[in-house]
Design a binder for this molecule. Structure first.
Ligand code: GDP
Ligand code: MN
Length: 395
């Protein structure tokens, strides 16, 4: 799960990393009233997942309420584009923050180094720009330190990194405790990545996290239900919103781009992202292409199966559907019931359907399908081949 900046900063504050004062806003009027109540210089920061907002025109500066309101109106609804996200992302909310006078911008992050099986800390004095850029141009300017999780963090690590990365003097005192807090966040919240870019040294000598990028491991979210629920609150595109609307997680449904001018025409429903990807590969091996993909998750009930069927067929490119379920927590009979219910309605778009059920209650599921006149397939490859043939008008 990727967090937006304002959410990342919420976690920063929980562990004691200094952030600029400010407010989260979803309407231009709120921006105006906040600035009116707190005179000074403010930054309006578009809250989108993609990075490089500065370059994309998503960060503006305002000195009074009226100007702030005008800029907010300009930003709300604007679609920001970057190299990583050429389709763009619409701005739906803003973070209004105290504008700080920057003396220096540093970069610090912690990520998992899977080869070393340790968290690795990256620090450079050249913050503010993409760290990839620094790595390419001046790799020696990036200092690394692998933290032994059994030993944990000690302030000497922060002191050494600040010194080796030649952070300006002003950082030296605050940096070890900020890095310690960042490490606490990384471990306690099960992060894959935490990044502060820039970690700002202000002209009045404060060290502040001016930006926040946090990615949490979904497998650890059960430990923090208050954060897990953010996942459903912040859909950033139509597919994510559609997935959330039927009760799935944000990343459980995605339309796929048309590859090499070849339009994918098979709708795919599977339980589990891994099985979903395998299913899409099988469709490709069979000479076709997936139009979209829906991960129905574990323990899918009949009602969710029905909603999922409708979502997948709402994509007009879908000419046939392949439902591939490996029953574990998900029960075959529940899935079969959902399919039969979905197709019983007059309000659904019916497309040729291929179902493969295996695992828990597969027998019961197949019986339900057989009664409704379906012949389920035995293997994934067989199902993929059938679906591809049906999508291209064959039998
Ligand atoms: P990103 O472009 O999405 O990474 O967004 P950032 O939060 O990193 O902001 C981009 C750039 O905007 C920073 O590197 C700063 O140069 C500038 N910026 C952001 N906040 C402030 C601020 O409070 N004061 C000043 N002077 N510049 C800021
Ligand atoms: Mn940044």
């Amino acid at each position: 799960m990727k967090l937006m900046e304002y959410q990342g900063k919420d976690l920063f504050r929980r562990v004691g990393i200094p952030t600029p004062s400010g407010v989260y806003a979803t309407a231009a009027g709120d921006v105006a009233s906040y600035i009116a109540a707190h005179p000074g210089s403010w930054v309006l920061k578009s809250q989108v997942m993609m990075g490089g907002r500065g370059k994309a025109g998503g960060i503006k500066f305002a000195d009074d309420a009226q100007h702030g309101e005008a800029l907010a109106r300009e930003l709300f609804g604007k679609v920001l584009k970057s190299i990583q996200n050429p389709d763009g992302e619409e701005v739906k909310s803003l973070l209004v923050e105290e504008k700080v006078d920057i003396a220096s911008e540093a970069y610090v992050s912690i990520a998992i180094d899977r080869a070393a099986r340790k968290p690795v800390v990256l620090v450079t004095a050249q913050g503010g720009m993409d760290v990839e850029e620094v790595a390419e141009r001046d790799p020696g300017a990036i200092e690394k330190y692998w933290i032994d999780p059994a030993m944990g963090y000690s302030p000497f690590i922060g002191r050494k990194l600040a010194f080796d990365a030649k952070l300006p003097e002003g950082y030296r005192k605050a940096f070890p405790s900020i890095l310690g807090a960042l490490y606490t966040l990384f471990m306690d919240y099960g992060a894959n990545l935490v990044e502060i870019n820039p970690l700002v040294l202000t002209k009045d000598g404060r060290v502040i996290a001016s930006d926040a990028k946090v990615e949490l491991d979904d497998n650890g979210l059960y430990k923090h239900p208050d954060i897990a629920k953010w996942n459903k609150e912040q859909p950033t595109d139509d597919d994510q919103a559609a997935a959330v609307a039927i009760g799935l997680g944000m990343s459980n449904y995605a339309k796929l781009p048309d590859e090499d001018g070849r339009i994918g025409s098979v709708g795919v429903i599977a339980n589990g992202a891994g099985l979903g990807m395998g299913t899409m590969d099988a469709v490709k091996n069979a000479g076709g292409g997936a139009a979209n993909f829906l991960d129905i998750g574990g323990g899918a009930q009949a009602d969710l199966v029905k909603k999922s069927y409708n979502l997948v067929t709402s994509d007009p490119r879908v000419k046939a559907m392949f439902i591939n379920i490996f029953g574990g927590i998900t029960r075959g009979d529940q899935v079969a019931k959902g399919i039969v219910e979905a197709l019983a309605g007059d309000d659904v778009r019916k497309v040729p359907l291929v179902v493969r059920l295996t695992g828990t209650n597969a027998e019961e599921g197949r019986a339900i399908l057989a009664q409704a006149g379906f012949v389920p397939v035995e293997t994934m490859d067989e199902g993929a081949a059938r679906a591809v043939a049906l999508a291209s008008g064959g039998k």
